[in-house]
Design a binder for this molecule. Structure first.
Ligand code: B1M
Length: 216
């Protein structure tokens, strides 16, 4: 099997043995670390999501796929291109209350920190109290929330309502990301009720573009 398909297959099958050697082989063949993540590994994860959604894959196997994904990203991370910029600004990253999905958020973390931003990544299942406390403590410029469950889109709305109520909406622009969100939900529905600025990032690169625009 060609290396491209083998890597995609590894995610689908949750097969870790020999993973690093395959990743090294792909890099030696000229693929950049980020291209390996975006073009092969995430493609595999997409298939996992589809199989799981159709009831053709059980949760423990999804977990195994996620483990392979995380190990692969950790192996590739030192090879991801970095800019020489630093100190461009600081973002808080959290997966919202009730949601454990963190692969996407952690990719955003890598992309932003490799491109001159400081990240304060407080992890998964974070209630708004904790998000705001950490934002204050670390004096961040932007708050970034991630969530993949449909339920999380509602939690994000509640979080923005809470920011309105506490009078801190204008203090921190907010970037929202995650597969269950849509641009119109964030930039129309949520933007309408939020007293500050809220933007949608389809992927980590859009997150980076937004950070460049929001933190001047
Ligand atoms: Co779950 N899961 N999962 N899951 N899981 C989904 C999200 C689901 C769509 C699968 C499906 O049914 N097809 C479904 C949600 C359905 C819904 O809400 N309607 C689902 C479900 C149901 C669940 C459980 C409820 C299952 C159960 O227990 N019965 C449970 C939830 C537990 C909880 O959260 N309380 C659960 C658990 C899990 C695992 C633990 C097994 C594992 C997560 C492991 C981990 O993250 N550490 C898992 C996985 C792996 C998935 C799928 C298959 C893959 C997610 C992923 O990592 N994608 C997922 C299916 C799918 O999304 N298609 C699914 C790769 C990742 C790079 O993409 O996170 O979208 P993503 O991030 C992208 C962009 O969205 C964006 O940039 C990233 C990179 O480009 N982005 C941001 C994300 N955050 C951003 C933040 C930003 C900017 C951009 O700025 C702040």
């Amino acid at each position: 099997m060609p290396i491209e398909q083998r890597l995609e297959r590894r995610i689908i099958d949750g097969e870790k043995k020999g993973l690093e050697a395959d990743l090294d082989e792909a890099m030696a063949a000229g693929y950049k670390a980020l291209a390996i993540i975006n073009d092969f590994l995430l493609k595999g994860m997409q298939v996992v999501g589809e199989l799981f959604g159709k009831g053709e894959m059980q949760l423990p196997f999804v977990l195994q796929s996620a483990e392979v994904m995380k190990t692969a990203v950790a192996h590739l991370e030192p090879h991801i291109e970095k800019t020489d910029d630093s100190g461009k600004g600081r973002i808080l990253l959290a997966t919202v209350r009730g949601d454990v999905h963190d692969i996407g958020k952690n990719l955003v973390d890598i992309i932003l920190s490799n491109n001159g931003f400081e990240t304060v990544n407080i992890g998964i299942k974070q209630p708004i109290n904790e998000i705001l406390r950490a934002a204050e403590e670390h004096d961040v410029d932007v708050i970034g929330m991630s969530g993949l469950l449909v339920k999380s889109t509602q939690i994000m709305r509640e979080n923005l309502e809470e920011m309105n109520q506490r009078g801190v909406a204008e203090r921190w622009p907010v970037i929202l990301g995650g597969a269950a969100l849509t641009r119109s939900f964030v930039e129309q529905d949520l933007a309408e009720m939020f007293n500050g600025e809220v933007r949608y990032a389809k992927d980590a690169f859009e997150g980076l573009k937004l950070m460049d625009a929001l933190v001047k």
